[in-house]
Each structure stands twice: as structure tokens, then as C-alpha cells.
Design a protein around this ligand. Structure first.
Ligand code: AMP
Length: 174
């Protein structure tokens, strides 16, 4: 059985990437190890049974990796939340604040049915801006978020504060 400690041991901290001052959490060595990757998915969806979730929403881009694998395991669909301008069909968009400036995420207008039971997954919760924008898109379509799950949480950035209206799970906390 893979534990959060096992996952933590494989997460590499890369200082000053992509810019000075950022401690980048590199998850590629978790993905490259079959047991750790599979165990990470187990931890992200623990407690949810196949049939209890209609769609797993993943956030561009590393969130896709975990969300797609979780969707397969839960026998659920996979829905991408992408950076603005990447989805081909009509979209709903949501802006969110960055340290300097803002960014926008998008979802297809017909990506989720009203009432759909949704799990939202990303690799990392930092300030919570990205995830809260994604939850706003899910809610706009009338779907219900059962939980938001992250492999990593940077607790000192208080991202949970922005996700107060849904349960938040994180596996490795810094
Ligand atoms: P935020 O909107 O501040 O919660 O940022 C979350 C998004 O930015 C996630 O999709 C992460 O992939 C990425 N991210 C933010 N900080 C880091 C970090 N220190 N290491 C790796 N990815 C990060």
C-alpha cells in the first residue's frame, strides 16, 4: 500500500523554477513509478466507488494526468478545464487573479450535465485561484462538486480559503 510519505519522498523540489523565488514541486518521478502513480490515484479517490461519480474534472495541464486516470478507475467521464483559447467549441470562461495580473480558464458549455456528480482534481493547490475558477465553471453548468482533490497542498498559501464551499482533500502537505 502506497502512503502519502512514499509519494512525498518522490516529489522533487526545484528551487527558482520557472522564476526566482518559486519552489517548484516536480511530480514527474511519481508518475514514472508504476506503484506510486497507481497509489497516488488510490489516495486521490479513496472513499469513492465506481458509479458514485459521473465526471472527473481535471485542470490544465498536470491535473489532466491524475484526473484521467481517476476517471478510468471510477468508471466516470473525464472533462478538461483548459487555459483560455485551447478548447475548440463554445466555452464558459472564468478569470482569476495571479500575483501579477490575471488568467482565464475555460470549459465547454456542454461538458457537464446539470446535477452531474463531479470530482475535481489538480496536481497542486497553491493560492487556490485556479481551482476556485474551475469550481465556478462546474457550478455554472449546474453540476455538483463532491470533492476537490490535490496531490500536493502548499498550506501556507491558504488556498483552502477560496474553496470553502466544497470538501478539499490533499495527499502531501507542505
Ligand atoms: P494556484 O492557482 O495558485 O492554486 O496555483 C495552482 C496551479 O499552479 C496548479 O495547477 C499547479 O500546477 C501550479 N503551481 C503553483 N505553484 C506551484 C509549485 N510551487 N509547483 C508546481 N506547480 C505549481
Amino acid at each position: 500500500m502506497i502512503t502519502p510519505k512514499d509519494i512525498e519522498s518522490a516529489i522533487r523540489n526545484v528551487p527558482d523554477f520557472p522564476k526566482p523565488g518559486i519552489q517548484f514541486k516536480d511530480i514527474t518521478q511519481v508518475l514514472a513509478d508504476a506503484c506510486l502513480f497507481s497509489g497516488a490515484i488510490d489516495l486521490l479517490i479513496d472513499g469513492f466507488k465506481p458509479g458514485s461519480v459521473d465526471a472527473v474534472v481535471g485542470i490544465d495541464a498536470r491535473g489532466f494526468i491524475f484526473a484521467a486516470a481517476a476517471a478510468m478507475r471510477l468508471n466516470a467521464g473525464f472533462v478538461p478545464v483548459r487555459k483560455k483559447g485551447k478548447l475548440p467549441y463554445q466555452t464558459h470562461e472564468q478569470d482569476y487573479a495571479l500575483e501579477y495580473g490575471s488568467a482565464t480558464v475555460a470549459m465547454h458549455v456542454d461538458a457537464l450535465k446539470p446535477g452531474a456528480r463531479v470530482l475535481l482534481i489538480d496536481d497542486l493547490l497553491a493560492t487556490g485561484g485556479t481551482a476556485s475558477a474551475a469550481t465556478a465553471l462546474v457550478k455554472k453548468l449546474g453540476a455538483k462538486i463532491l470533492e476537490t482533490s490535490f496531490l500536493i497542498e502548499l498550506k501556507f498559501l491558504n488556498g483552502r480559503e477560496k474553496l470553502k464551499d466544497c470538501p478539499v482533500r490533499s495527499i502531501v502537505v507542505y
